[in-house]
Design a protein around this ligand. Sequence first.
Ligand SMILES: [Zn+2]
Length: 186
Amino acid sequence: MTLETRFSHFSDYLFINLLNTVNSKNKTKADLLDEEGMMDEWLSLMKEKELLSEQQVNKIKEKPVDRTEMKQFRDTWRSYFTSSQYDEDGLQSLIDLTKKTPLSFEMNAETLMPIPDKGGTAGLQSLLAFTMLNAYQDGVFEKVKGCSNETCLALFVDPKGKRKWCSMKVCGNRAKAQKHYEKSKQ
Ligand SMILES: [Zn+2]
């Protein structure tokens, strides 16, 4: 099974695609980052989807990315978004990551592309922190939602405030079928 098909939906936001590396199928939690080689696969998928450039991925791959550290980062931010308790500490930790591993910029097809000074975990986290700070400034953080299906762990960005499901195909249809079933029982 390719990595892409293991996401209930694919986000335009790099950080959301990291947060969704843990999901739930048939009520069992599946942590993709527990699987050997998954960080590489994830990076390749982000490159394929143009959420990371070739230069960025090459830089990150100069050193190994630690899955345990990435899981910690992911889980901290998952609880940040699922509890909706926005505090300054979270933002400060992102700023600190970009200070610890600074980024420099290159022009790539008229967009500025941040490249971390170091590869590996530090580089990836700095890059993620930078894109998250930008998302925060654009008001994206308050639009991050969890799927209405209680057993689903997916997060997504809901710009219009109307979306309930991570994906209509996955959780939306399931809810519709359940509703239909209950109605027909009455
Ligand atoms: Zn869902």
